[in-house]
Design a protein around this ligand. Structure first.
Ligand code: GCW
Length: 710
């Protein structure tokens, strides 16, 4: 705090006053805590662009006066006044002699209610849509364009979402913690709700609407039955009341055994009439409290959660019971396919396919089966799940993980759009070439009547929402891809950088390059050549040696299968034959170690240590190459980040810089752990061009054990 005495002294000294004024100005222009995400609306520096926008936007008029369109207007006014420095009035009728923005509902030409068109007519910018939500999306699209300082003429066009349900899944618990959350605690303050609503709920909804997200599941799939109590439904209703104003529907994860735990029934058997009645009554109650409730997300018979199999019933029996209860209200059931049994002889990779493919065609019309992008569990790189393409009669939704459970929490900088895109672009070959996962998910391959893409949220109570400032880009990219999966990771990154970090072309390119390479760099030091590590105590520290657990597929050795001969999981016919679950070229290419692309090699093959690979190196040398290059590349990230310092807000710059320093230290940790551990099997020296780790395997293990102490 400045003392009165100091101010008094400065008053006598105009030089000091000027400096103070300058510092105050810097403070407003800079010191960015990240709260505003990609919706900063900062004054445009280029006077010509600013003037052009000022001339084009003298008023806003709307034919729709509901809450959602109202938020579109509010956003446009706030955005334009920030960008141009001019306030824009909302008028009842367009002014004849001035140019402005007109929002109009017009069902014609709009394929779905969420689509919109932006046209320029007689100097006016006209946003038309089939629904208020479409007007909101169109307004955000216009603002996105203007925030990038682009010429107004270029904004003209139509846009329709490729996927209907574009959702965040929050793994948030009633006591405020978040499962696999790395950005603070839950955004939802259950103990204050429903009376008190944090203004942040509005900003959350705005941010989602700005990227086209139209659904949110507010609680963890490892669900507490408490969310179905009347008390909690009232709290959820308070959130839904806010989200609704931004075109977002609210959903709940449900505990399958709720009829027993909450309803006091003797069973939760989905075919039991009393159980069915319990759910039907519960659903009626929910719709009384939340009239536009979206539906249920269910994790059943997975990792200890209850489900229909507890009563000898199938996933379809369970899903259909809930579907029937929801049907007349227009609600949907999103049933997760993340299942695997504690069978020591089984390959976990095959589990979801084995359980779900036989059920194809047996799910009710309002059921979507939600499938993780890969067959195991959000690993840094996985082949696409073989369920995609193999359930033509059942709408399959995509589940991505935005929160970085296996991607270095909120410390490592990993831009995930390439992870999402890699899966979407994969060809399943089920109906011949071009049967991409994207076409399965958007419904075009099998004419699914319902389509869904979900991201496990990376948001939390941290001021900047996502912990790592650069992880905001993953939330952003998810929304943009759910709307339009043909966008490239580069386009999305550059857009996000301009909206969030800097407009300086050179620096946009530099940051974008870091982002494009970040995932591959992470894979390099973490799980190269198709290694995976789903079960280790922390999901963070390296533990390739971990071999003890209550079940085999909860050890690290189960996945990498290192032995004196080689490394990797044989999933060909001589091994688990999981490859049988894939079709056409996808299978052919993967099943031959000579054609299998190196990033997937150890997913499908047990490769001898001395095997020569396409790179000219043998397996051991190639692994070393990737571990070392991956870790060293974090130094490259640091150098690139330093280059952009002048155009980045100092607070954000410093925040990322410190995280990169830790990322480097941990990349070395990972590299050393893998190299020293695998060397005990490979029995080859670390190639001379790399410096041998400076610690022993025992020392690395000790440091990991210390990390794991509870
Ligand atoms: O990856 C695992 C996580 C669990 C999670 C589970 C799932 C919500 O470690 O924390 O539980 O996946 O997706 O159900």
């Amino acid at each position: 705090m400045l003392s009165v005495k100091f101010l008094f002294r400065t008053a006598k000294n105009p030089g000091w006053l000027l400096l103070l004024a300058f510092l105050a100005a810097c403070k407003t222009a800079y010191a960015d805590d990240g709260y505003r995400l990609w919706l900063k609306y900062e004054l445009i520096g280029n006077a010509a662009v600013r003037e052009d926008y000022i001339k084009s936007f003298r008023f806003i008029a709307t034919t729709d006066t509901g809450a959602v369109a109202g938020h579109a207007v509010q956003e446009l006014r706030a955005g334009l006044s920030g960008l141009t420095g001019k306030q824009i009035p909302l008028v009842k009728t367009p002014e004849p002699n001035a140019k402005g923005i007109i929002l109009a509902i017009s069902p014609r030409g709009q394929a779905s209610g969420d689509g919109f068109a932006i046209n320029l007519q007689a100097g006016n910018t006209i946003i038309t849509a089939g629904s208020p939500a479409g007007l909101l999306y169109g307004s955000f699209a216009l603002l996105r364009h203007l925030q990038q300082h682009l010429p107004l003429e270029k904004v003209v066009g139509e846009s329709h979402p490729k996927v209907q349900l574009r959702m965040l899944n929050h793994w948030d618990n009633p006591e405020g913690t978040i499962e696999r959350g790395y950005a603070g605690s839950s955004l939802w303050k259950w103990y204050e709700l429903p009376e008190t609503t944090d203004p942040r709920y509005y900003d959350y909804a705005r941010a989602n609407a700005s990227i086209g997200i139209n659904g949110t599941v507010v609680n963890n799939v490892n669900a507490s039955a408490r969310f179905l109590t009347t008390e909690y439904l009232q709290k959820v209703a308070a959130l839904a009341g806010i989200f609704r104003q931004y075109g977002i529907k609210t959903y709940l994860s449900v505990h399958f055994a709720a009829p027993k735990t909450l309803g006091g029934l003797k069973t939760s058997d989905p075919l039991d009439p009393e159980v069915r009645k319990w759910w039907a009554d519960k659903v009626k109650e929910i719709y009384r409290i939340i009239p536009d409730f979206g539906g249920f997300l269910v994790k059943a018979n997975s990792e200890g959660e209850p489900g229909p199999q507890d009563y000898g019933r199938t996933h379809a029996d369970g899903a259909n019971m809930l579907a029937q209860a929801l049907e007349s209200f227009g609600g949907v059931v999103i049933w997760r396919a993340f299942v695997y049994k504690a069978d020591p002889a089984a390959d976990r990779f095959k589990a979801a396919y084995e359980e779900f493919v036989p059920l194809d065609g047996r799910f009710a019309k309002n059921v979507i089966v939600q499938v993780k992008n890969g067959p195991i569990d959000f690993q840094p790189r996985e082949p696409f799940s073989p369920l995609f393409g193999n359930m033509p009669k059942t709408p399959l939704g995509m589940e991505y993980q935005l929160t970085q459970e296996y991607l270095g929490f909120a410390t490592h900088w990993v831009y995930e759009a390439p992870v999402f895109k890699e899966c979407l672009d994969s060809d399943t070959y089920v109906n011949g070439k071009g049967s991409t996962v994207a076409r399965v998910v958007d419904g075009s391959l099998h004419n699914y009547p319902l389509t869904c893409m979900a991201g496990v949220a990376n948001t939390g109570s941290d001021r900047n929402w996502t912990g790592h400032p650069m992880a905001q880009a993953n939330w952003y990219a998810f929304g943009r891809l759910a709307w339009n999966h043909t966008l490239s990771p580069e386009t999305i990154a550059e857009e996000w950088i301009r909206l969030t970090l800097t407009h300086r072309a050179e620096d946009v390119a530099t940051v974008s390059e870091i982002m494009q390479r970040s995932r591959e760099i992470y894979v390099g030091y973490n799980t190269p050549l198709g290694l995976s590590r789903p079960w280790t105590g922390s999901h963070y520290a390296p533990e390739p040696w971990q071999n003890r657990s209550s079940r085999p597929d909860w050890t690290a050795v189960y996945y990498h299968r290192a032995d004196s001969l080689g490394l990797g999981f044989d999933r060909t016919a001589s091994g688990s034959n999981a490859l049988q679950q894939y079709s056409g070229r996808a299978r052919e290419v993967w099943q031959d170690p000579r054609t299998c692309p190196l990033p997937y090699l150890l997913w499908f093959h047990h490769v001898p240590w001395t095997q020569k690979l396409g790179t000219g190196r043998n397996l051991w040398e190639e692994l070393c190459n990737r571990f070392y290059t991956g870790a060293d590349s974090v130094l490259w990230m640091q150098r690139q980040w330093t280059r952009v310092q002048p155009s980045i807000d100092p607070e954000i710059f410093a925040n990322v810089k410190t995280r990169l320093a830790k990322q480097y230290r941990e990349a070395i940790w990972w590299r050393d752990a893998w190299v020293l551990y695998l060397q005990t099997f490979a029995r080859q020296p670390v190639p001379a061009i790399y410096a041998r780790p400076t610690r022993t395997l025992e020392e690395v293990r000790k440091s990991v054990n210390a990390y794991l102490i509870r």
